[in-house]
Design a protein around this ligand. Structure first.
Ligand SMILES: [Fe+2]
Length: 610
Protein backbone atom coordinates (compact mmCIF):
# COMPACT_ATOMS: atom_id res chain seq x y z
CA UNK A 1 0.00 0.00 0.00
CA UNK A 2 1.38 3.38 -1.04
CA UNK A 3 0.55 6.58 0.80
CA UNK A 4 1.53 10.04 -0.45
CA UNK A 5 1.87 12.69 2.27
CA UNK A 6 1.71 16.37 1.35
CA UNK A 7 2.21 19.61 3.23
CA UNK A 8 1.59 22.88 1.41
CA UNK A 9 0.32 26.44 1.17
CA UNK A 10 1.91 27.99 4.28
CA UNK A 11 5.68 27.61 4.18
CA UNK A 12 8.10 24.83 3.33
CA UNK A 13 5.79 22.63 1.33
CA UNK A 14 6.90 19.03 0.91
CA UNK A 15 5.93 15.54 -0.18
CA UNK A 16 6.67 12.10 1.23
CA UNK A 17 5.84 8.57 0.15
CA UNK A 18 5.59 5.52 2.37
CA UNK A 19 5.03 2.00 1.14
CA UNK A 20 3.66 -0.59 3.57
CA UNK A 21 4.75 1.72 6.34
CA UNK A 22 8.37 2.05 5.12
CA UNK A 23 9.56 5.55 4.29
CA UNK A 24 10.57 5.54 0.62
CA UNK A 25 11.21 9.22 -0.07
CA UNK A 26 10.62 12.71 1.27
CA UNK A 27 11.66 16.11 -0.04
CA UNK A 28 10.85 19.80 0.11
CA UNK A 29 9.57 21.62 -2.96
CA UNK A 30 12.11 24.45 -2.58
CA UNK A 31 14.95 22.11 -3.55
CA UNK A 32 13.39 21.51 -6.97
CA UNK A 33 11.80 24.90 -7.64
CA UNK A 34 14.89 26.71 -6.21
CA UNK A 35 12.56 29.15 -4.40
CA UNK A 36 13.43 29.22 -0.71
CA UNK A 37 10.60 28.13 1.62
CA UNK A 38 8.41 27.54 -1.44
CA UNK A 39 4.84 27.19 -0.10
CA UNK A 40 3.11 26.09 -3.32
CA UNK A 41 1.52 22.69 -3.87
CA UNK A 42 4.73 20.64 -4.12
CA UNK A 43 4.24 19.24 -7.59
CA UNK A 44 7.94 18.57 -8.22
CA UNK A 45 8.45 16.94 -4.82
CA UNK A 46 5.33 14.80 -5.37
CA UNK A 47 6.59 13.60 -8.76
CA UNK A 48 10.04 12.87 -7.35
CA UNK A 49 8.66 10.88 -4.39
CA UNK A 50 6.30 8.86 -6.58
CA UNK A 51 9.06 8.12 -9.07
CA UNK A 52 11.29 6.97 -6.20
CA UNK A 53 8.50 4.60 -5.22
CA UNK A 54 8.27 3.30 -8.79
CA UNK A 55 4.83 4.80 -9.37
CA UNK A 56 4.23 6.17 -12.86
CA UNK A 57 1.60 6.65 -15.54
CA UNK A 58 -1.29 4.23 -15.19
CA UNK A 59 -0.51 3.47 -11.51
CA UNK A 60 -2.35 4.57 -8.40
CA UNK A 61 -1.60 5.76 -4.90
CA UNK A 62 -3.80 4.14 -2.30
CA UNK A 63 -4.11 7.23 -0.15
CA UNK A 64 -3.12 10.87 -0.10
CA UNK A 65 -2.65 12.36 3.37
CA UNK A 66 -2.70 16.16 3.61
CA UNK A 67 -1.06 17.51 6.75
CA UNK A 68 -3.95 19.58 8.11
CA UNK A 69 -7.67 20.22 7.95
CA UNK A 70 -8.17 23.25 5.66
CA UNK A 71 -11.84 23.73 6.56
CA UNK A 72 -11.11 23.83 10.31
CA UNK A 73 -8.35 26.34 9.61
CA UNK A 74 -10.81 28.48 7.70
CA UNK A 75 -13.22 28.22 10.65
CA UNK A 76 -10.48 29.62 12.88
CA UNK A 77 -10.02 32.50 10.46
CA UNK A 78 -13.77 33.20 10.47
CA UNK A 79 -14.10 32.93 14.24
CA UNK A 80 -11.14 35.24 14.78
CA UNK A 81 -12.71 37.71 12.36
CA UNK A 82 -16.04 37.62 14.21
CA UNK A 83 -14.30 38.15 17.54
CA UNK A 84 -12.12 41.03 16.36
CA UNK A 85 -14.47 42.86 14.02
CA UNK A 86 -14.17 45.64 12.97
CA UNK A 87 -10.41 45.88 13.65
CA UNK A 88 -9.69 42.44 12.21
CA UNK A 89 -11.40 43.14 8.92
CA UNK A 90 -8.21 43.97 7.02
CA UNK A 91 -6.49 40.74 8.11
CA UNK A 92 -9.56 38.75 7.11
CA UNK A 93 -9.98 40.54 3.78
CA UNK A 94 -6.34 39.89 2.91
CA UNK A 95 -6.55 36.19 3.81
CA UNK A 96 -9.77 35.38 1.97
CA UNK A 97 -8.53 35.54 -1.67
CA UNK A 98 -5.88 32.88 -0.95
CA UNK A 99 -8.61 30.65 0.46
CA UNK A 100 -10.90 31.19 -2.49
CA UNK A 101 -8.04 30.70 -4.95
CA UNK A 102 -6.31 27.64 -3.54
CA UNK A 103 -6.32 26.86 0.18
CA UNK A 104 -9.92 25.64 0.10
CA UNK A 105 -9.21 23.42 -2.93
CA UNK A 106 -5.92 21.84 -2.06
CA UNK A 107 -7.17 18.27 -2.58
CA UNK A 108 -8.24 19.18 -6.10
CA UNK A 109 -4.85 20.77 -6.82
CA UNK A 110 -3.05 17.61 -5.67
CA UNK A 111 -5.44 15.43 -7.64
CA UNK A 112 -4.89 17.52 -10.76
CA UNK A 113 -1.12 17.19 -10.36
CA UNK A 114 -1.52 13.42 -10.11
CA UNK A 115 -3.85 13.33 -13.10
CA UNK A 116 -1.29 15.17 -15.20
CA UNK A 117 1.08 12.28 -14.51
CA UNK A 118 -1.81 9.85 -15.17
CA UNK A 119 -1.72 8.60 -11.58
CA UNK A 120 -4.94 7.86 -9.73
CA UNK A 121 -5.51 8.69 -6.06
CA UNK A 122 -7.89 6.33 -4.28
CA UNK A 123 -8.67 8.25 -1.14
CA UNK A 124 -7.84 11.50 0.66
CA UNK A 125 -7.24 11.90 4.41
CA UNK A 126 -6.81 15.11 6.38
CA UNK A 127 -5.19 14.45 9.78
CA UNK A 128 -5.01 17.43 12.12
CA UNK A 129 -1.90 19.57 11.84
CA UNK A 130 -0.52 18.59 15.24
CA UNK A 131 -1.43 14.94 14.70
CA UNK A 132 0.79 15.15 11.60
CA UNK A 133 3.61 16.73 13.64
CA UNK A 134 3.14 14.14 16.40
CA UNK A 135 3.08 11.35 13.82
CA UNK A 136 6.34 12.62 12.34
CA UNK A 137 7.89 12.59 15.82
CA UNK A 138 6.70 9.27 17.19
CA UNK A 139 6.19 6.81 14.33
CA UNK A 140 9.72 7.02 12.85
CA UNK A 141 11.33 7.15 16.33
CA UNK A 142 13.23 4.19 17.78
CA UNK A 143 10.81 4.01 20.74
CA UNK A 144 7.96 1.57 21.21
CA UNK A 145 6.35 3.99 23.64
CA UNK A 146 7.01 7.64 24.41
CA UNK A 147 5.69 11.00 25.46
CA UNK A 148 5.19 13.25 22.42
CA UNK A 149 5.52 16.99 22.48
CA UNK A 150 4.61 19.24 19.54
CA UNK A 151 4.87 23.02 19.39
CA UNK A 152 4.66 25.51 16.51
CA UNK A 153 2.91 28.75 15.52
CA UNK A 154 -0.53 27.31 15.01
CA UNK A 155 -2.21 24.46 13.16
CA UNK A 156 -6.01 24.53 12.96
CA UNK A 157 -6.49 25.68 16.57
CA UNK A 158 -3.73 23.80 18.34
CA UNK A 159 -0.42 25.54 18.99
CA UNK A 160 1.23 22.87 21.11
CA UNK A 161 0.27 19.45 22.37
CA UNK A 162 1.27 16.60 24.64
CA UNK A 163 0.42 13.08 23.57
CA UNK A 164 1.33 9.58 24.55
CA UNK A 165 2.41 7.05 21.95
CA UNK A 166 2.20 3.31 22.46
CA UNK A 167 2.88 0.87 19.65
CA UNK A 168 0.97 2.08 16.60
CA UNK A 169 -1.35 4.50 18.40
CA UNK A 170 -1.06 8.02 19.78
CA UNK A 171 -3.44 9.75 22.15
CA UNK A 172 -3.47 13.50 22.80
CA UNK A 173 -3.61 14.35 26.52
CA UNK A 174 -3.31 18.12 26.51
CA UNK A 175 -3.26 20.96 24.02
CA UNK A 176 -2.67 24.68 23.91
CA UNK A 177 -5.04 26.55 21.62
CA UNK A 178 -4.79 29.66 19.46
CA UNK A 179 -3.99 32.51 19.98
CA UNK A 180 -1.90 31.50 23.01
CA UNK A 181 1.06 30.13 21.11
CA UNK A 182 4.68 29.74 22.16
CA UNK A 183 5.69 29.61 18.50
CA UNK A 184 3.88 32.86 17.70
CA UNK A 185 5.36 34.50 20.82
CA UNK A 186 8.84 33.59 19.56
CA UNK A 187 7.93 34.73 16.05
CA UNK A 188 6.71 38.07 17.45
CA UNK A 189 10.22 38.64 18.82
CA UNK A 190 11.71 37.41 15.54
CA UNK A 191 9.67 40.07 13.78
CA UNK A 192 10.40 42.77 16.35
CA UNK A 193 14.16 42.21 16.20
CA UNK A 194 14.05 42.65 12.41
CA UNK A 195 14.28 39.06 11.20
CA UNK A 196 11.94 37.22 8.88
CA UNK A 197 9.11 35.31 10.56
CA UNK A 198 9.17 31.57 9.80
CA UNK A 199 12.81 31.56 8.80
CA UNK A 200 14.68 34.07 10.98
CA UNK A 201 13.92 32.24 14.24
CA UNK A 202 17.30 30.53 13.96
CA UNK A 203 19.05 33.87 13.81
CA UNK A 204 17.24 35.07 16.92
CA UNK A 205 18.32 31.92 18.75
CA UNK A 206 21.91 32.46 17.55
CA UNK A 207 21.82 36.05 18.76
CA UNK A 208 20.73 35.12 22.30
CA UNK A 209 24.21 34.29 23.70
CA UNK A 210 25.35 37.89 23.03
CA UNK A 211 22.70 39.39 25.25
CA UNK A 212 21.62 39.40 28.87
CA UNK A 213 18.08 38.32 29.60
CA UNK A 214 17.11 41.64 31.17
CA UNK A 215 13.61 41.68 29.65
CA UNK A 216 12.44 38.38 31.13
CA UNK A 217 10.49 40.07 33.92
CA UNK A 218 8.82 42.48 31.49
CA UNK A 219 7.86 39.62 29.19
CA UNK A 220 6.42 37.59 32.05
CA UNK A 221 4.69 40.57 33.62
CA UNK A 222 3.08 42.00 30.49
CA UNK A 223 3.10 39.48 27.64
CA UNK A 224 2.82 35.92 28.84
CA UNK A 225 1.59 34.05 31.87
CA UNK A 226 3.30 30.67 32.26
CA UNK A 227 1.59 27.94 34.26
CA UNK A 228 3.33 25.04 35.94
CA UNK A 229 2.13 22.57 33.27
CA UNK A 230 3.80 24.65 30.54
CA UNK A 231 0.54 26.07 29.22
CA UNK A 232 0.60 29.79 28.52
CA UNK A 233 -1.74 32.75 28.25
CA UNK A 234 -0.74 35.65 25.99
CA UNK A 235 -1.91 39.18 26.57
CA UNK A 236 -3.23 39.98 23.11
CA UNK A 237 -3.15 43.72 23.86
CA UNK A 238 0.51 43.59 22.77
CA UNK A 239 0.27 41.50 19.60
CA UNK A 240 -0.95 42.35 16.12
CA UNK A 241 -1.48 38.93 14.60
CA UNK A 242 -5.17 38.59 15.53
CA UNK A 243 -6.53 41.81 14.17
CA UNK A 244 -3.62 43.57 12.47
CA UNK A 245 -1.12 43.02 9.72
CA UNK A 246 1.95 42.77 11.93
CA UNK A 247 3.07 40.41 14.69
CA UNK A 248 3.44 43.14 17.31
CA UNK A 249 1.75 46.50 17.92
CA UNK A 250 2.58 49.93 19.33
CA UNK A 251 2.07 48.87 22.91
CA UNK A 252 4.74 46.17 22.35
CA UNK A 253 7.04 48.89 20.95
CA UNK A 254 6.48 51.09 24.00
CA UNK A 255 7.29 48.21 26.32
CA UNK A 256 10.65 47.58 24.65
CA UNK A 257 11.71 51.18 24.06
CA UNK A 258 10.80 51.99 20.48
CA UNK A 259 9.95 50.54 17.07
CA UNK A 260 11.22 47.25 15.77
CA UNK A 261 14.68 47.03 14.19
CA UNK A 262 14.52 47.67 10.48
CA UNK A 263 15.54 44.48 8.64
CA UNK A 264 19.24 44.49 7.63
CA UNK A 265 20.02 47.53 9.81
CA UNK A 266 22.57 47.30 12.63
CA UNK A 267 21.82 44.95 15.49
CA UNK A 268 22.01 46.76 18.82
CA UNK A 269 22.33 45.61 22.42
CA UNK A 270 18.54 45.83 22.74
CA UNK A 271 18.03 43.12 20.09
CA UNK A 272 20.66 40.93 21.74
CA UNK A 273 19.00 41.31 25.13
CA UNK A 274 15.54 40.68 23.64
CA UNK A 275 16.91 37.52 21.99
CA UNK A 276 18.42 36.33 25.27
CA UNK A 277 15.18 37.12 27.13
CA UNK A 278 12.75 35.37 24.78
CA UNK A 279 15.13 32.41 24.59
CA UNK A 280 15.07 32.13 28.40
CA UNK A 281 11.26 32.34 28.44
CA UNK A 282 10.98 29.73 25.67
CA UNK A 283 13.27 27.38 27.55
CA UNK A 284 11.20 27.82 30.72
CA UNK A 285 7.97 26.95 28.86
CA UNK A 286 9.54 24.01 27.03
CA UNK A 287 11.03 22.60 30.23
CA UNK A 288 7.70 22.91 32.04
CA UNK A 289 5.92 21.24 29.13
CA UNK A 290 8.49 18.45 29.13
CA UNK A 291 8.14 17.98 32.90
CA UNK A 292 4.37 17.85 32.59
CA UNK A 293 4.61 15.42 29.66
CA UNK A 294 6.83 13.17 31.77
CA UNK A 295 4.33 13.30 34.64
CA UNK A 296 1.11 12.69 32.68
CA UNK A 297 2.43 10.05 30.31
CA UNK A 298 4.73 8.23 32.74
CA UNK A 299 7.01 7.50 29.77
CA UNK A 300 10.77 7.63 29.94
CA UNK A 301 11.28 8.61 26.29
CA UNK A 302 10.34 11.86 24.60
CA UNK A 303 9.64 12.57 20.92
CA UNK A 304 9.35 16.10 19.57
CA UNK A 305 8.31 17.93 16.40
CA UNK A 306 6.85 21.26 15.25
CA UNK A 307 8.79 24.40 14.40
CA UNK A 308 9.63 25.11 18.05
CA UNK A 309 11.41 21.73 18.25
CA UNK A 310 14.04 23.26 15.96
CA UNK A 311 15.10 25.39 18.93
CA UNK A 312 18.09 23.17 19.59
CA UNK A 313 19.21 25.23 22.60
CA UNK A 314 15.92 24.45 24.39
CA UNK A 315 16.22 20.82 23.26
CA UNK A 316 19.72 20.63 24.77
CA UNK A 317 18.33 21.96 28.08
CA UNK A 318 15.56 19.34 28.10
CA UNK A 319 18.15 16.63 27.54
CA UNK A 320 20.48 18.04 30.18
CA UNK A 321 17.63 18.19 32.71
CA UNK A 322 17.58 14.39 32.72
CA UNK A 323 13.77 14.22 32.75
CA UNK A 324 13.81 11.56 30.07
CA UNK A 325 16.16 8.68 29.40
CA UNK A 326 16.18 9.49 25.73
CA UNK A 327 15.01 12.13 23.31
CA UNK A 328 14.21 11.84 19.59
CA UNK A 329 13.43 14.87 17.47
CA UNK A 330 12.09 14.70 13.93
CA UNK A 331 14.80 16.24 11.68
CA UNK A 332 12.14 17.87 9.47
CA UNK A 333 10.40 19.35 12.49
CA UNK A 334 8.88 22.28 10.64
CA UNK A 335 5.84 22.00 8.41
CA UNK A 336 7.75 20.05 5.74
CA UNK A 337 7.86 17.10 8.14
CA UNK A 338 4.06 17.24 8.39
CA UNK A 339 3.91 15.57 4.95
CA UNK A 340 5.69 12.51 6.31
CA UNK A 341 3.83 12.61 9.63
CA UNK A 342 0.45 12.72 7.88
CA UNK A 343 1.29 9.66 5.75
CA UNK A 344 2.54 7.71 8.77
CA UNK A 345 -0.51 8.80 10.78
CA UNK A 346 -2.84 7.32 8.17
CA UNK A 347 -0.87 4.08 7.99
CA UNK A 348 -0.54 3.47 11.74
CA UNK A 349 -3.22 5.46 13.51
CA UNK A 350 -6.09 5.26 11.00
CA UNK A 351 -5.39 1.92 9.32
CA UNK A 352 -3.98 0.41 12.53
CA UNK A 353 -0.96 -1.13 10.86
CA UNK A 354 1.85 -2.45 13.06
CA UNK A 355 5.06 -0.54 13.68
CA UNK A 356 8.25 -2.48 13.19
CA UNK A 357 10.90 -1.01 15.43
CA UNK A 358 14.59 -1.75 15.24
CA UNK A 359 15.88 -1.02 18.76
CA UNK A 360 18.24 1.93 18.82
CA UNK A 361 17.55 2.92 15.21
CA UNK A 362 14.94 5.29 13.83
CA UNK A 363 13.39 4.74 10.43
CA UNK A 364 14.54 8.04 8.86
CA UNK A 365 17.69 6.61 7.19
CA UNK A 366 19.71 9.55 8.49
CA UNK A 367 17.14 11.85 6.79
CA UNK A 368 18.71 10.93 3.42
CA UNK A 369 15.34 10.59 1.69
CA UNK A 370 15.71 12.87 -1.33
CA UNK A 371 17.18 12.43 -4.80
CA UNK A 372 20.57 10.77 -5.27
CA UNK A 373 22.65 10.60 -8.45
CA UNK A 374 24.39 7.62 -10.00
CA UNK A 375 27.97 7.54 -11.25
CA UNK A 376 26.65 7.51 -14.83
CA UNK A 377 24.42 10.55 -14.27
CA UNK A 378 27.22 12.61 -12.73
CA UNK A 379 29.77 11.51 -15.33
CA UNK A 380 27.34 12.44 -18.13
CA UNK A 381 26.79 15.88 -16.58
CA UNK A 382 30.54 16.52 -16.32
CA UNK A 383 31.43 15.14 -19.76
CA UNK A 384 28.56 16.86 -21.54
CA UNK A 385 29.68 20.19 -20.11
CA UNK A 386 33.39 19.55 -20.62
CA UNK A 387 34.23 19.98 -16.94
CA UNK A 388 37.61 18.60 -15.84
CA UNK A 389 37.59 16.10 -12.98
CA UNK A 390 39.46 13.20 -11.43
CA UNK A 391 37.66 10.08 -10.33
CA UNK A 392 38.86 8.70 -7.01
CA UNK A 393 37.65 5.82 -4.91
CA UNK A 394 37.66 4.76 -1.26
CA UNK A 395 40.91 5.41 0.58
CA UNK A 396 42.29 7.62 -2.21
CA UNK A 397 39.16 9.82 -2.11
CA UNK A 398 39.29 10.07 1.67
CA UNK A 399 43.01 10.81 1.78
CA UNK A 400 42.75 13.54 -0.87
CA UNK A 401 39.82 15.31 0.77
CA UNK A 402 41.21 14.98 4.30
CA UNK A 403 44.47 16.55 3.11
CA UNK A 404 42.58 19.31 1.29
CA UNK A 405 40.61 20.11 4.46
CA UNK A 406 43.73 20.05 6.65
CA UNK A 407 45.29 22.62 4.29
CA UNK A 408 42.44 24.96 5.21
CA UNK A 409 40.74 24.55 1.88
CA UNK A 410 36.96 24.35 1.60
CA UNK A 411 35.19 21.28 0.21
CA UNK A 412 31.69 21.12 -1.26
CA UNK A 413 30.29 17.63 -0.95
CA UNK A 414 27.36 16.07 -2.80
CA UNK A 415 26.94 12.38 -2.06
CA UNK A 416 24.08 10.00 -1.43
CA UNK A 417 20.48 11.11 -1.19
CA UNK A 418 19.59 14.71 -0.33
CA UNK A 419 18.55 15.36 3.27
CA UNK A 420 14.93 15.93 4.30
CA UNK A 421 14.63 18.89 6.68
CA UNK A 422 16.40 22.21 7.03
CA UNK A 423 19.88 20.88 7.93
CA UNK A 424 22.59 19.55 5.64
CA UNK A 425 23.92 16.43 7.31
CA UNK A 426 26.82 15.45 5.08
CA UNK A 427 25.01 14.72 1.81
CA UNK A 428 24.75 18.32 0.56
CA UNK A 429 27.34 19.96 2.80
CA UNK A 430 30.22 22.38 2.75
CA UNK A 431 33.03 21.02 4.93
CA UNK A 432 36.01 22.84 6.39
CA UNK A 433 38.64 22.61 9.12
CA UNK A 434 37.06 23.51 12.49
CA UNK A 435 40.51 24.20 13.99
CA UNK A 436 41.22 27.02 11.56
CA UNK A 437 41.13 30.55 13.00
CA UNK A 438 40.32 32.16 9.67
CA UNK A 439 37.62 29.70 8.60
CA UNK A 440 34.61 31.31 10.23
CA UNK A 441 35.00 34.70 8.58
CA UNK A 442 36.34 33.18 5.33
CA UNK A 443 33.30 30.93 4.96
CA UNK A 444 30.88 33.69 5.87
CA UNK A 445 32.27 36.26 3.49
CA UNK A 446 33.46 34.27 0.49
CA UNK A 447 31.22 31.24 0.53
CA UNK A 448 27.95 31.97 2.26
CA UNK A 449 27.93 35.70 1.42
CA UNK A 450 26.70 36.75 4.83
CA UNK A 451 28.03 38.91 7.63
CA UNK A 452 27.11 36.56 10.32
CA UNK A 453 27.16 36.54 14.07
CA UNK A 454 26.45 32.83 14.01
CA UNK A 455 29.32 30.38 14.11
CA UNK A 456 29.20 27.21 12.07
CA UNK A 457 28.06 23.82 13.26
CA UNK A 458 30.41 20.88 13.87
CA UNK A 459 30.16 17.36 12.54
CA UNK A 460 31.97 14.86 14.76
CA UNK A 461 32.56 11.12 14.85
CA UNK A 462 29.92 9.73 17.18
CA UNK A 463 32.46 7.62 19.03
CA UNK A 464 34.53 10.75 19.77
CA UNK A 465 31.78 13.20 20.76
CA UNK A 466 32.66 13.02 24.47
CA UNK A 467 36.20 14.20 23.70
CA UNK A 468 34.92 17.52 22.43
CA UNK A 469 31.45 18.24 23.83
CA UNK A 470 29.57 17.97 27.09
CA UNK A 471 26.42 15.98 27.84
CA UNK A 472 25.58 14.77 24.34
CA UNK A 473 25.87 11.13 23.37
CA UNK A 474 24.24 11.32 20.00
CA UNK A 475 22.81 14.04 17.77
CA UNK A 476 22.54 12.65 14.25
CA UNK A 477 20.27 15.46 13.03
CA UNK A 478 22.05 18.51 14.42
CA UNK A 479 19.15 19.31 16.72
CA UNK A 480 20.96 19.60 20.04
CA UNK A 481 23.18 22.33 21.37
CA UNK A 482 25.77 21.50 24.01
CA UNK A 483 28.89 23.06 25.46
CA UNK A 484 32.42 22.60 24.09
CA UNK A 485 34.41 20.76 26.79
CA UNK A 486 35.81 23.07 29.45
CA UNK A 487 39.43 22.09 28.90
CA UNK A 488 39.17 23.13 25.24
CA UNK A 489 37.89 26.62 26.01
CA UNK A 490 39.93 29.83 25.89
CA UNK A 491 39.59 32.27 28.75
CA UNK A 492 37.39 35.30 27.90
CA UNK A 493 39.36 38.59 27.83
CA UNK A 494 36.56 40.60 29.38
CA UNK A 495 36.28 43.23 26.63
CA UNK A 496 33.85 41.21 24.52
CA UNK A 497 30.96 43.65 24.94
CA UNK A 498 33.03 46.45 23.40
CA UNK A 499 33.44 44.50 20.14
CA UNK A 500 31.17 44.42 17.13
CA UNK A 501 29.23 41.19 16.66
CA UNK A 502 31.51 40.14 13.81
CA UNK A 503 34.70 40.89 15.77
CA UNK A 504 33.28 39.06 18.75
CA UNK A 505 32.27 35.97 16.83
CA UNK A 506 35.60 35.85 15.01
CA UNK A 507 37.64 35.85 18.22
CA UNK A 508 38.76 32.25 18.96
CA UNK A 509 37.08 30.77 22.03
CA UNK A 510 38.43 27.24 21.94
CA UNK A 511 40.77 25.00 19.99
CA UNK A 512 37.84 24.58 17.56
CA UNK A 513 37.25 28.28 16.87
CA UNK A 514 35.10 27.91 13.75
CA UNK A 515 32.36 26.05 15.60
CA UNK A 516 32.39 27.52 19.12
CA UNK A 517 29.70 30.10 19.86
CA UNK A 518 30.34 33.04 22.22
CA UNK A 519 28.78 31.09 25.11
CA UNK A 520 31.03 28.08 24.26
CA UNK A 521 28.10 26.16 22.83
CA UNK A 522 27.91 24.29 19.53
CA UNK A 523 25.08 22.83 17.46
CA UNK A 524 26.34 19.31 17.16
CA UNK A 525 25.94 16.61 14.55
CA UNK A 526 27.30 13.18 15.35
CA UNK A 527 27.96 10.81 12.48
CA UNK A 528 28.17 7.04 12.60
CA UNK A 529 29.38 4.50 10.10
CA UNK A 530 25.99 2.95 9.49
CA UNK A 531 23.99 6.04 8.55
CA UNK A 532 26.70 7.89 6.61
CA UNK A 533 29.72 5.68 5.87
CA UNK A 534 31.36 8.06 3.40
CA UNK A 535 31.46 11.02 5.80
CA UNK A 536 32.40 8.73 8.69
CA UNK A 537 35.38 7.46 6.67
CA UNK A 538 36.40 10.98 5.73
CA UNK A 539 36.30 12.13 9.37
CA UNK A 540 38.27 9.04 10.41
CA UNK A 541 40.95 9.85 7.81
CA UNK A 542 40.99 13.51 8.87
CA UNK A 543 41.51 12.35 12.45
CA UNK A 544 44.38 10.04 11.40
CA UNK A 545 46.00 12.96 9.62
CA UNK A 546 45.43 15.71 12.20
CA UNK A 547 44.35 14.06 15.46
CA UNK A 548 41.02 15.93 15.25
CA UNK A 549 37.69 14.26 14.45
CA UNK A 550 35.62 17.42 14.06
CA UNK A 551 34.88 19.38 10.89
CA UNK A 552 32.74 22.40 10.08
CA UNK A 553 29.54 21.26 8.37
CA UNK A 554 27.44 23.97 6.82
CA UNK A 555 24.68 23.64 4.26
CA UNK A 556 25.71 23.62 0.60
CA UNK A 557 24.13 26.89 -0.54
CA UNK A 558 24.63 30.62 -0.40
CA UNK A 559 22.45 32.87 1.69
CA UNK A 560 18.83 32.98 0.52
CA UNK A 561 19.26 30.02 -1.84
CA UNK A 562 17.80 26.60 -1.02
CA UNK A 563 20.35 23.86 -0.36
CA UNK A 564 21.64 22.36 -3.62
CA UNK A 565 19.88 19.30 -4.97
CA UNK A 566 21.46 18.23 -8.27
CA UNK A 567 25.11 18.00 -9.42
CA UNK A 568 24.38 21.06 -11.57
CA UNK A 569 23.13 23.09 -8.58
CA UNK A 570 26.26 22.02 -6.70
CA UNK A 571 28.57 22.98 -9.58
CA UNK A 572 26.98 26.44 -9.90
CA UNK A 573 27.32 27.06 -6.16
CA UNK A 574 30.94 25.81 -6.28
CA UNK A 575 31.84 28.22 -9.07
CA UNK A 576 30.06 31.20 -7.52
CA UNK A 577 31.74 30.87 -4.16
CA UNK A 578 35.06 30.37 -2.42
CA UNK A 579 34.70 26.57 -2.32
CA UNK A 580 38.05 25.15 -3.46
CA UNK A 581 37.20 21.55 -4.21
CA UNK A 582 33.93 19.93 -5.22
CA UNK A 583 33.27 16.25 -4.62
CA UNK A 584 30.32 14.89 -6.59
CA UNK A 585 30.33 11.36 -5.20
CA UNK A 586 33.68 9.94 -6.46
CA UNK A 587 34.32 12.78 -8.90
CA UNK A 588 36.69 15.45 -7.63
CA UNK A 589 36.75 18.88 -9.24
CA UNK A 590 39.34 21.53 -8.41
CA UNK A 591 38.45 25.17 -8.85
CA UNK A 592 41.78 26.00 -10.49
CA UNK A 593 41.15 23.45 -13.28
CA UNK A 594 37.67 24.66 -14.19
CA UNK A 595 36.85 26.67 -17.32
CA UNK A 596 36.13 30.35 -16.87
CA UNK A 597 32.75 30.90 -15.21
CA UNK A 598 30.42 33.29 -16.96
CA UNK A 599 27.89 34.50 -14.47
CA UNK A 600 24.34 35.41 -15.32
CA UNK A 601 24.04 39.10 -14.68
CA UNK A 602 21.48 38.99 -11.93
CA UNK A 603 22.33 35.89 -9.94
CA UNK A 604 23.16 37.83 -6.79
CA UNK A 605 19.89 39.70 -7.11
CA UNK A 606 18.03 36.40 -7.55
CA UNK A 607 19.41 35.25 -4.22
CA UNK A 608 18.87 38.55 -2.45
CA UNK A 609 22.60 39.28 -2.23
CA UNK A 610 22.62 42.73 -3.77
FE1 LIG B 1 3.28 23.36 12.10
Amino acid sequence: MTILGVSALYHDSAAAVIRDGQIVAAAQEERFSRKKHDPRVPVNAIYYCLEAAGIGAGDRVDAVAFYDKPITKFTRLLTTFCETVPSGFKTFALAVPAWVREKGWVAMSIERALQRARIRAEKFYFPEHHASHAGSAFFPSPFDEAAILTADGVGEWTCSSISVGEGNQMRMLAEQRFPHSLGLLYSAFTYFTGFKVNSGEYKLMGLAPYGTPRYVDDIKKHLVRIREDGSIWLNMDYFGYLDGLTMTNQRFERLFGGPRRRPESDITQREMDLAASIQAVTEEVMLKMARYARAVTGKRQLCMAGGVALNCVANGKILAEGLFDDLWIQPASGDAGGALGAALYVWHQVLRQERRIVPGRDSMAGAALGPGYSREQIKAFLDDNGLPYTEMRGAQWEAFLARTLAEERVVGLLQGRMEFGPRALGCRSILADARSKKMQSYLNLSTKFRESFRPFAPIVLREDVANYFEAVRESPYMLLVAGVKKERRARPRGDEHTLSLTEWVNRPRSDLPAITHVDYSARIQTVDRESNPRVHNLLTEFKRLTGCSVLVNTSFNVRSEPIVCTPEDAYCCFMRTGIDVLALEDFILQKKDQPEWFETENWQEEFGLD
